[in-house]
Design a protein around this ligand. Structure first.
Ligand code: FEO
Length: 559
C-alpha cells in the first residue's frame, strides 16, 4: 500500500508512524508513538530525501515505487545517516542502482561503515553551499555538524522556500494523520514534546544548533520539513525563537522544577512541603517530579524550560540515589548551563548525597547554588521549619531576580525582538537563494506567540501570566518576557587568554590542566598542559589536526 501527501507540486511527504516502539533510540519513552518523515521530489530529476526506519519500511518502499511510476530515481539526498533515517538506504539503493547518493564527506564514511564500500562508491560528496539543479528547483546543501550527528546537513529549496531540516525542529510523537503543526494546538499538543525531543536529542549541542540557526539567517522559509514530527508552517518564527533560547541554554520561564528521590517518603514530604512554601511566596510555575516514577527525559525537558532546579535526594549506598544520579548526569551531559540549583539531602545515619549533588551541578558552567543545603535525617523535624522557610525564601528571591533580569534584558533589546526569532539576512547566506522580501512566512514583525509571558499571549500559551493555563496547569504570579534577545544570545566562542595561575594554597604538588574545545563538534577535552593537540583525536567526532582544538581555559589542580 502506498501513502503520500503532496506538499508542493511534485513534492511528497512519504513518511510513517511507529506505535510499537516504546523507547526511541532504546532510551526515551514515546507513549504517543514516533513519526519518521521523508520526502520524494518528482522534478525533471527525481530526488528522495533520506530513507526511513525499519519499523515502517514496507509501506515506504511501496510508496516510493508508486510515485516514481517506473521513472528512475536520480538522487538520494542523505541529510542524516542515523539508522532511524538510513536503515532502508541499502534496500532503496539496491532497487535503484541508477541513483547517486548525495551527502557530506562524513556521511560518506558512514555509508561505508553501515553498508560497505560498494555503496559508498556511489556517493557524490557535497560541501556547504553546494547546489543541485533538479529542473524547476535548485537545492542548496548546508552542513549542520552535530545537529545531531557529525555528518548532518540540511537541504534548502529556495524555489518552494522549504527547509529539509534533518533532526532539527523535530518532535516525539506519531502524526496519526495530522501532518502539519497547523493541525494541532501548538501549546497544548506539541510544545512539550518538541522541547523534550530537543533537550534529549539535540540539547547537548547548543553551540552547533546556534551555528545552524545563524547559517539559516537570510533564508526565507515557508515550510520546515523535519525528519520527525509535524511539518512546521504556522509556528516557524516561534520555533526558531525557542531553538535560539534552548541552544543558548537560557530558560524560557522563571519557574522551578523540584526533582526528588525518596524511598520511604521522608524526602518526598520535604519536597512537597517546599513546593507549598514556594507557592505561598508567589512562585507558581512549579513542577514536582519523583525521579523513581518519571523518566529523566521529561524532567530534563522541564529543566530546560525553567531557571531553577531543586534536587532533593536520599543517600543511597553512600552516594546519590541512582535515579537522581541519572537525572543529574543527564543535565551534566547536556551542558544545562545558566541554572540555579537548591539542594536537599536525607540520610538516616550518613547523609552524603547533598555534597555529591552539589559537586556535580557546580561542574556545569554558569550554575549557581541557591540558599543553604537542607539536611534531614530520616524525617524533617519541626525545628527545621525555619531552615526550610529560609530555603524557600532564597529560591523565591532567585526566581524574582530572574524575572527582573529577563524584564531588564527585554527592555534593552525590545527593538531587536523582531529579528531575534526570524530567518533574516545573515553572513552565511547562500548566494542566489534569497527570495523576495516580504514573502517570509516567518514574518518580520515580532510574533506575540513567541513570548510566553507577553501580555498579548493567548490564554493557552501563558505559562507565566497570572491566569492558569488549562493546557498545562503551570502558572506564575509574575510576567517575564522570555523570548527576548538577551535570552537568545549566543555563547562567545573566543576563549579567555591562557594565563599563569597561582598554585593552590596549601597544596605542595600541583599540575596545570587545560580544557580544549573541538571546533567541529564542541567536545571539550581536559588534558595536561603541554599535550600536543595537533595529534589529538576527538573521541566524539573523530576529527583531529592542526587548529582543530582551541584552548578554552587553564586550571591548577592537585598533582
Ligand atoms: Fe532522527 Fe539523529 O536521528
Amino acid at each position: 500500500m502506498h501513502c503520500e501527501h503532496e506538499l508542493a507540486p511534485g513534492l511528497y511527504w512519504i513518511g510513517g508512524d511507529d506505535h510499537r516502539t516504546p523507547l526511541f533510540e532504546g532510551h526515551h519513552p514515546v507513549p504517543h508513538g514516533m513519526a519518521y518523515n521523508n520526502y520524494l521530489l518528482l522534478d525533471e530529476k527525481t530526488v528522495l530525501f533520506d530513507t526511513i526506519d525499519r519499523a515502517v519500511e514496507e509501506r515506504f518502499l511501496e510508496t516510493v515505487e508508486h510515485l516514481l511510476d517506473e521513472r528512475p530515481l536520480d538522487y538520494i539526498v542523505i541529510n542524516h545517516m542515523e539508522p532511524d533515517h538510513s536503515a532502508t538506504l541499502g534496500a532503496v539503493a539496491a532497487r535503484h542502482p541508477e541513483a547517486a547518493l548525495v551527502c557530506t564527506a562524513t556521511a560518506k564514511q558512514m555509508v561505508k561503515q553501515f553498508f560497505g564500500p560498494d555503496l559508498a562508491e556511489r556517493v557524490h560528496v557535497v560541501g556547504d553551499g553546494d547546489t543541485l539543479d533538479t529542473g524547476a528547483r535548485t537545492l542548496t546543501f548546508l552542513k549542520a555538524p552535530m545537529v545531531h550527528w557529525p555528518e548532518v546537513m540540511v537541504t534548502y529549496d529556495a524555489d518552494d522556500r522549504i527547509l529539509f531540516s534533518a533532526d532539527a525542529f523535530g518532535s516525539f510523537g506519531a502524526l496519526d494523520g495530522r501532518l502539519f503543526d497547523s493541525d494541532y494546538d501548538f501549546d497544548a499538543e506539541l510544545l512539550d514534546e518538541n522541547r523534550r525531543y530537543y533537550a534529549n536529542i539535540v540539547g547537548k549541542y547548543g553551540t552547533q544548533v546556534t551555528d545552524l540557526l545563524d547559517k539559516l539567517d537570510g533564508h526565507d522559509v515557508d515550510l520546515i520539513c523535519p525528519l520527525h514530527g509535524p511539518l512546521v508552517r504556522d509556528n516557524i518564527t516561534r520555533l526558531i525563537g525557542l531553538y535560539r533560547t534552548w541552544a543558548a541554554y537560557r530558560p524560557e520561564d522563571a519557574g522551578v522544577v523540584i526533582a526528588y528521590a525518596s524511598i520511604y517518603g521522608g524526602t518526598r514530604d520535604v519536597a512537597e512541603k517546599l513546593a507549598f512554601k514556594l507557592s505561598d511566596r508567589g512562585v507558581n510555575d512549579l513542577a514536582l517530579f519523583d525521579v523513581s516514577v518519571t523518566d529523566p527525559s521529561y524532567i530534563l525537558s522541564e529543566a530546560f524550560r525553567v531557571g531553577t532546579v531543586v534536587l532533593a535526594s536520599v543517600t543511597y549506598n553512600a552516594g546519590v540515589f541512582p535515579k537522581m544520579q541519572e537525572f543529574i548526569e543527564a543535565m551534566v551531559a547536556h551542558n544545562l548551563r545558566h541554572r540555579r540549583f537548591a539542594i536537599i539531602q536525607n540520610g538516616s545515619w550518613g547523609p552524603i548525597a547533598g555534597r555529591l549533588m552539589t559537586k556535580a551541578v557546580e561542574a556545569i558552567p554558569d550554575s549557581t547554588i541557591v540558599g543553604d543545603m537542607l539536611t534531614i535525617k530520616s524525617r524533617m523535624t519541626d525545628a527545621q521549619e525555619p531552615d526550610l522557610d529560609a530555603l524557600a525564601d532564597a529560591i523565591a528571591a532567585a526566581v524574582r531576580d530572574e524575572d527582573g533580569e529577563r524584564a531588564d534584558a527585554a527592555g534593552e533589546t525590545a527593538g531587536e525582538d523582531a529579528a531575534a526569532a526570524r530567518v533574516t539576512a545573515g553572513a552565511a547566506g547562500v548566494a542566489g537563494t534569497a527570495a523576495a522580501p516580504g514573502a517570509d512566512p516567518a514574518g518580520t514583525a515580532s510574533a506575540p506567540s513567541v513570548n510566553r509571558s507577553s501580555t498579548t499571549a493567548t490564554p493557552a500559551d501563558d505559562r507565566t501570566g497570572t491566569a492558569s493555563s488549562p493546557a498545562d496547569g503551570r502558572t506564575s504570579t509574575a510576567a517575564a518576557p522570555s523570548a527576548n534577545r538577551a535570552s537568545t544570545a549566543t555563547t562567545p566562542l573566543t576563549p579567555p587568554p591562557a594565563r599563569d595561575l597561582p598554585p593552590i594554597p596549601g597544596t605542595a604538588n600541583t599540575k596545570v590542566m587545560q580544557v580544549w574545545r573541538c571546533t567541529f563538534c564542541g567536545y571539550q577535552a581536559e588534558v595536561p598542559k603541554g599535550t600536543d593537540m595537533s595529534t589529538f583525536v576527538c573521541p566524539i567526532c573523530f576529527h583531529s589536526g592542526e587548529g582543530r582544538f582551541v584552548l578554552v581555559r587553564e586550571k591548577v589542580v592537585p598533582a
